[in-house]
Design a protein around this ligand. Structure first.
Ligand code: V47
Length: 396
């Protein structure tokens, strides 16, 4: 039951959301209180989601490539990584990588999501070479590749400035960057999860640099492990601040922790209710990011469908060869057909729209489905929320 004080605070937040006014740290932490009904948070997030994205549910046709799982870091939440001499460790050959590209193109994919481990013995040229090889062979396939953690590793390997490295990768064929490696920025939590890898300042610096040279990127948050509501909102506010400055994030993906086969396997996986609440709060706090993705691989299909009414407007893609979540116990399929993904969006009451990686409409040739072109941006009318200070300067 909500008491009067809770009701009044929620009404205040509702007023702000309905007037397009920005929420603050305290608002976000408050919305995580278990006494605040999930449905109320969901209704607010859905209001924002429909204001920004109408009734559309976006998807893409994509594949994953994890060229190596060998990694110098030992992040406690990761079930995918391998030590150098572990029998589980692998490094893909050029032939295997090209075969994945061929399979992607033959199946109508517009995007390949490329991330992996930071291999002890492989140099920057191996990582760059793979992008060049894929791009030269399959120039239409968008390469969304290398997280900020990998970019920071390349900086360490090459001793070159970040900007130069990202420009060099773009020249080789990099199309955009995924949002991984963000985890939770606050050092109290980050130091418990992955103390050695790129810290929050480095993650932000990499994305800022990418945005400055005109490369779009995504952003994520890994939740449901050792963090509190405060740490989650702090994370979102750091992303929001960068987005205010650059506008380079296109979508945010909240990632629910999957504990199986990790060093944190004693922790219980977040419930569907926590997944929906987190998604909704993220939609409300990140008022300047046009899209929020309910990644079906990680949430499961039923929760991803429900999430389309709790703030999400995108459910990622058909996906092939996903390993990071499946190694950590995900029981979702590794692939949905285009018909299945469209059907699950329709069942959720939304209109399915295929988009490319940078959120342009995809038009397919009706006589040859694998042939496609990108059309106009889906975000041409996007306007972020405004601050209370800005409201006071508006003339009526
Ligand atoms: O950074 C790793 C997370 C991320 C586990 O940009 C785990 O479009 C839960 O970033 N349980 C990689 N999460 C995945 C990622 C992503 C996924 C889909 C789309 C996009 C995009 C980006 O996965 C890692 C980490 O935060 N992760 N292990 C685990 N056991």
């Amino acid at each position: 039951m909500m008491n009067n004080e809770l009701r009044a605070r929620l009404r205040h937040i509702r007023d702000k959301v309905e007037s397009g006014v920005r929420l603050h740290m305290d608002d976000g932490v408050f919305l995580y209180e278990p006494d605040v009904p999930l449905q109320e948070v969901g209704i607010l997030a859905n209001y924002v989601r429909e204001r920004i994205n109408g009734n559309v549910g976006y998807y893409n046709i994509n594949t994953h490539l994890n060229p190596t799982n060998v990694c110098v870091y030992r992040c406690r939440f990761c079930a995918f990584r391998s030590d150098l001499r572990d029998p589980k460790g692998y490094v893909m050959t050029d032939e295997q990588i090209l075969a994945r590209g061929r399979e992607a193109v033959d199946n109508g994919c517009t995007e390949m999501h490329v991330v992996g481990g930071l291999h002890h013995k492989l140099g920057y040229d191996w990582y760059r070479g793979m992008i060049a090889l894929l791009h030269q062979t399959y120039p239409k396939l968008h390469l969304k590749a290398w997280t900020a953690v990998e970019m920071s590793w390349f900086e360490f390997l090459t001793k070159r400035p970040l900007r130069e490295i990202i420009e060099d990768l773009r020249e080789a064929g990099l199309g955009s960057m995924p949002g991984g490696g963000a985890e939770i920025f606050h050092p109290d939590v980050r130091d418990q999860l992955c103390e050695h890898k790129a810290n929050s300042h480095k993650w932000i610096e990499v994305h800022r640099t990418a945005h400055e040279i005109g490369l779009k990127t995504n952003c994520t948050m890994l939740y449901g492990h050792v963090e509190s509501a405060y740490h989650r909102i702090d994370h979102l506010l750091r992303l929001r601040e960068l987005q205010d400055q650059t506008g380079g994030f296109q979508t945010f993906i909240p990632l629910a922790f999957h504990p199986e086969n990790t060093k944190l396997s004693g922790i219980k996986k977040p419930s569907a209710l926590m997944d929906l609440r987190t998604l909704a709060i993220c939609r409300l706090m990140l008022d300047n990011v046009p899209h929020v993705k309910a990644y079906w691989i990680m949430l499961g299909i039923a929760t991803a469908q429900t999430a389309l009414a709790y703030g999400a407007d995108d459910i990622d893609g058909t996906v092939r060869h996903e390993l990071i979540y499946h190694d950590a116990g995900a029981t979702t399929p590794e692939l949905l057909t285009v018909e299945q993904i469209k059907q699950l969006i329709i069942e959720a009451g939304r209109d399915p729209v295929e988009r490319d990686t940078t959120y342009h409409h995809v038009h397919r040739d009706p006589d040859n489905w694998k042939e496609w072109t990108s059309g106009e941006s889906v975000d041409k009318n996007f306007r972020p929320a405004i601050t209370l200070e800005e409201v006071s300067t508006l003339t009526v």
